[in-house]
Design a protein. Structure first.
Length: 242
C-alpha cells in the first residue's frame, strides 16, 4: 500500500469510525471528514491519542451548498493513500417516504458519493484504493426499502464501472456489500446470525482492500444469502415478507 493519509468520508458513522480506527491501529495517518465538525474533531483526537497517528478533521456535509468546494479543497491537499466513502442515510418510512425523503436518500447514498469520489480521485495515489460502502439492499428490490436499495444498486454499478475504468492505471476500487451492522442507522432491525459488530466489519473491509478485491460481502454469509434471494421466482418473492 502506498504512503499517504487515508481519507474517511463519513468518519462519524459507526462503520466509518471503526474503519478509521482499524487503519490508525496499523499506523496510518488520517483525514477524517463528516457532517459534524465538532464530532469529527473528537474522533480525530481520540484516534490520535490512542494510536499516535496524525488525524486531521474536516467538515464534509452533502447537504451544504459548498459541498463541491470542500471536495476541491481536499483534492488540493497532500496525496491520499486511499479513500473510504462511509456516508449514508435510510428513511424509516416504508419504501422511501415522501419526495423530500426520496431526494435525500438518492442524493446522499448515490449522487453525493459520486461527486465526492470524482472530486478527490486526482489526489489518490495510482497504487492506492477507493472503498465504497454499498448494501445488500441493492441486490434485489424489496417493499420495505426499495428507494434506498435503488440508490445503493446505483452506487455498486458506479463502483464497478470506476474499477473498470481505472484498471491497470489507477487506484483499485472495492465495493462493499454491507449486510446488517450494529449501527445507529440499522437500530431496531433484525440481522439475526448475519448481523455484525462494526469492528468485525472494519477488519473484513481492510482485509478485502489488501487482497485487492473488487467486490465483497460483509459479513461474508450475506453472499450466499443474497444469491438465494435473487434466484427466488418473482411469483414467490412477492408473497414474502422481507
Amino acid at each position: 500500500m502506498p504512503p499517504g493519509r487515508i481519507a474517511i468520508l463519513g468518519a462519524t458513522s459507526t462503520v466509518g469510525r471503526a474503519i478509521a480506527a482499524e487503519y490508525a491501529r496499523g499506523g496510518r495517518d488520517l483525514l477524517l471528514c463528516g457532517r459534524s465538525l465538532g464530532e469529527v474533531e473528537r474522533v480525530a483526537q481520540d484516534l490520535s491519542l490512542r494510536y499516535g497517528v496524525a488525524a486531521e478533521a474536516c467538515l464534509l456535509d452533502p447537504d451544504l451548498p459548498d459541498y463541491p468546494q470542500v471536495l476541491w479543497r481536499l483534492e488540493g491537499g497532500r496525496p491520499l493513500g486511499g479513500v473510504v466513502w462511509a456516508i449514508g442515510t435510510m428513511s424509516a418510512a416504508a419504501g422511501g417516504g415522501g419526495p423530500d425523503e426520496i431526494r435525500e436518500t438518492t442524493w446522499v447514498n448515490f449522487g453525493a458519493a459520486v461527486a465526492a469520489i470524482e472530486g478527490v480521485l486526482p489526489a489518490v495515489d495510482p497504487k492506492g484504493f477507493i472503498v465504497l460502502l454499498s448494501s445488500v439492499a441493492g441486490e434485489r428490490g424489496r417493499r420495505k426499502n426499495y428507494v434506498y436499495g435503488a440508490a445503493k444498486a446505483a452506487l455498486t454499478t458506479y463502483g464497478q464501472g470506476l474499477n473498470h475504468r481505472l484498471a491497470g492505471r489507477g487506484p483499485r476500487v472495492t465495493v462493499v456489500q454491507l449486510g446488517v451492522v450494529d449501527s445507529q442507522m440499522t437500530w431496531g432491525m433484525s440481522g439475526g446470525p448475519a448481523g455484525a459488530d462494526p469492528e468485525r466489519v472494519a477488519r473484513a473491509i481492510v482485509q478485502a482492500v489488501r487482497a485487492g478485491k473488487g467486490r465483497v460481502h460483509v459479513p461474508a454469509v450475506w453472499g450466499p444469502i443474497m444469491l438465494l434471494l435473487r434466484l427466488v421466482p418473482e411469483s414467490v418473492f412477492n408473497r414474502l415478507q422481507v
